[in-house]
Design a protein. Structure first.
Length: 339
């Protein structure tokens, strides 16, 4: 019984017939079932007495009952990976090859594309990898939602662009809807659009790119002494910083004061800080950024220089003392002749 308990502790309170028979006889198995120490849950799967009933347990039992290399997938895998807006109420698995198990209350998918980059383990349950889960979801959720799920996964660091590309290429030639949707999502990534800190930030990145403005660097870091300040977008050569302020992260007094202090530091060091909120229209954002770029790209009056007689000497017009001093040096000297 100790060997059975060890399996149960690792498997959400579940054991299979094969695992029980590895340390017991068929007669002993029947006795454990008859005395209630093991409860049949699915064909070939038992729940240990006292183990709590959970969604994880039912999902894992479906994988065990399906046999082979079955794994949680689609919406069930999304819930395991804690992708937003997926409830833990679905039992959905994928089996490789021609396996077609019939399991009550379980949605079973079949696939011919399987392998290490397509599978993983989450909460001790075999499941599709994050990259494969995102590709699978393109068949069951709206395209705009897929883009947001990819952004969330990248933001949390549970998937990379390289992993997505590899899985996508494995599935690309299957002629499914998932290829079309994921191809569009990956196209944005290859154009340089990153998940940033929020979905609205991604929308601003796409807006600037489609307005044919110079590409702004997302999540740009500015080093000031020993500290590093990060801004949503930046044109470093022009010293233009762009921030999109959502209400939730900026509504507290502490956040408000921190934003003002950071703006002051950047302004002192010559940065132009542009701030936008949800009240700004797309046209207003584009026009404001375009005007800021034009103002920084065009020399300002205080940056103009005066060159006299093609000499190398330059005069800064904003420095009145310097102008009078250099003008005095350049003026011809008069000498008094003695009578």
């Amino acid at each position: 019984m100790r060997a059975i308990a060890r399996f149960g502790n690792r498997q959400h309170g579940l054991v299979t017939t094969e695992q029980v028979l590895a340390s017991s006889t068929r007669h002993e198995l029947n006795h454990l079932v008859a005395t209630g120490r093991l409860e049949p849950l699915r064909r070939g799967v038992y729940r240990c007495a006292g183990a709590p009933e959970t969604w994880h347990q039912y999902l894992f039992s479906a994988c065990l009952a399906a046999g082979g290399n079955a794994a949680a997938s689609f919406r069930a895998a999304a819930a395991l990976w804690e992708l937003p807006d997926f409830d833990r109420d679905r039992l959905e698995i994928t089996v490789p090859g021609r396996l077609n198990p019939r399991l009550a209350d379980v949605v079973v998918h079949q696939t011919n594309v399987w392998g290490p980059r397509h599978t993983a383990v989450r909460h001790a349950i075999p499941t599709t990898s994050v990259a494969r889960t995102l590709c699978d979801l393109t068949a069951v959720v709206w395209p705009w939602r897929v883009a947001r799920l990819v952004n969330d996964a990248e933001r949390r660091g549970i998937v990379s662009l390289r992993q997505l590309l590899r899985v996508f290429h494995d599935l690309e030639n299957r002629g499914r809807r998932r290829s079309t949707v994921m191809r569009a999502v990956l196209a944005d990534r290859l154009e340089g659009i990153r998940p940033g800190g929020s979905e609205r930030e991604v929308d601003v990145a796409k807006l600037l790119l489609r307005a044919r403005l110079p590409r702004a660097e997302q999540q740009h870091r500015i080093r000031i002494g020993r500290r590093v300040l990060r801004v949503d977008f930046a044109y470093p050569t022009l010293k233009i910083a762009i921030e999109y302020d959502g209400w939730k992260p900026h509504r507290t007094r502490l956040a408000f004061d921190a934003d003002r202090a950071r703006d002051n530091e950047l302004e002192i060091r010559g940065w132009l800080v542009l701030r936008f909120t949800s009240r700004w229209t797309r046209r207003e954002i584009v026009d404001t950024v375009r005007a800021a770029i034009a103002s920084r790209a065009t020399p300002q009056p205080d940056q103009l220089t005066v060159v006299r007689n093609m000499a190398d000497t330059t005069v800064n017009c904003s420095d009145e003392n310097g102008l009078s001093r250099q003008a005095t040096q350049l003026a011809p000297r008069r000498t008094r002749r003695s009578a």
